[in-house]
Design a protein around this ligand. Sequence first.
Ligand code: FAD
Ligand code: DLZ
Ligand code: SF4
Length: 516
Amino acid sequence: MTNNVTPQDSNDRGRIILILGDQLSHDLSSLQQGDRQKDRLLMAEVTEEASYVPHHKKKLAFVFSAMRHFADELSADGWALRYIRLEDPDNSGSLIGELERALEQTPATEVLITEPGEYRLKEALTNWSGPAKLTMLEDSRFLASHEMFRNWVEGRKQLRMEYFYREMRRKTGLLMQGDDPEGGKWNYDSENRKPAQNDMFMPKPVHTDPDKITQGVLALVEQRFSSNFGQLTPFWFAVTRKEALAALDHFVDEALPLFGDYQDAMLTGEPFLYHSVLAQYINIGLLGPLEVCLRAERAYYEGRAPLNAVEGFIRQIIGWREYMRGIYWLNMPGYTSMNFLGATRDLPEFYWSGRTDMACMAAAISQTRDEAYAHHIQRLMVTGNFAMLAGVDPHQVHEWYLAVYADAYEWVEAPNVIGMRQFADGGFLGSKPYAASGNYINKMSDYCANCAYDVKQKTGPKACPFTPLYWDFLIRNREKLSRNPRLMQPYRTWDRMSSDKQEAYLSSARKVLNSL
Ligand code: FAD
Ligand code: DLZ
Ligand code: SF4
């Protein structure tokens, strides 16, 4: 990748700067290096990007509307911009097709692009041999460059996010007092595991009314993607930087103070609790990860939010988010087809319909359908946990997550799903599979109280399906997992059970699996 391109490098015909749908940042490296007088911008809505997985309708509307608003801002800023809409009759359907069409109509000697977030597109562009030289710039919106991550990885036997996170705290200076972490501890997670009650005040994320542009996009999505998953309206996402900043302010003022305490809680009818609902804005470029963290840090220093909340929030962004990206690029290609546990079951149909008697699954899936959103613990401990316990093919699980969430891009989704969630990478990312029975869900939510199954029953037709599946998962994968030090205890517990009890678990699990 080249970092030092100047306008003088190109000849009189100027350059084309291709801006992707998740690169909607005015400080994007390609825009920073561009020349308003000579260069031309290209943005294109294309079928290929809109259908590499069957994206949720709200995600499609969000991306297209944010792209159109960003294009208007760039034009107002004095850039010459070619914007191709999805409904344009000459639209070739792919980004490369649109690049070639733009070059045919107005030749240029160079194409400038900030590195795409996904391997698939980076490969396609890198291998492109069109009539212009292609220069790819690093994506400086991330806080850890590829080089920094590779250096951090080098020589380590084990990669653990916690140590990477400490590096990132030092690098950014966030919540640091000299060389020491604010408050004396790096991580306050042990304070962040309270279950929530439904009489608590829950701040709702800011709802932005669709303007004319968004209304046009909503009609387009309804017309072109009517059979895609998800509820299109009410549509309330922010689609401009200004609106996303308002959403950030609202989160910091209203929800951040309790973000930490209830980070792992789940509650019927409360899809957002104290979560920020900002990932879609950060991932598309409307907000920068550092500015988001700085706002949260300021709230702490001004006494408006406690340390456990602010540290927890900042860790998700400079820790997990950057770490996931590093893991992705370290392992691509190939990461998305890993299947360490050899799981082959098809994704059950109810992941799309939400029709299941399991109250926790129905809640997580129906809110995913309505909002293109579920918070971390729902993704991790409900839908993802069930898929792993049931032995669902991790690639199908990956494609589901990539499709259904407004914040889903492969660079962040795949490490979360293939690595952290499904253990399909065999422990490259996490030290053990996150397998949990119904007890965990019962402790952290109120779902079980309204479920057709009984979380207290361990076996039999009324038993919570998670519990027999948990044991079945461990036994099914014993050869691959039993040497994992963090799983010794459950295997010892199993071995101490009577054979009748063991058989009761396994036969209950078989019945659940046969019913899927
Ligand atoms: P909050 O709970 O408010 O967290 C604050 C911010 O921290 C988020 O906005 C996000 O930017 C960041 N963050 C938190 N956890 C993670 C994480 N594990 N990895 C990366 N960033 C994190 N996140 C995505 O952005 N896109 C995805 O496609 C995605 N897929 C996931 C799939 C699974 C199976 C799991 C377990 C997690 C996934 N995550 C994904 C991480 C996390 O669930 C979402 O970032 C979060 O739920 C978004 O909601 P929020 O903005 O309210 O987050
Ligand atoms: C997600 C998405 C969608 C739905 N549509 C477009 C599009 O029409 N044009 C575009 O440039 N980008 C789109 N995107 C975002 C891209 O898929 C994203 O840039 C790549 O996956 C790389 O991260
Ligand atoms: Fe989910 Fe089991 Fe609780 Fe039902 S009983 S809500 S299936 S954890």
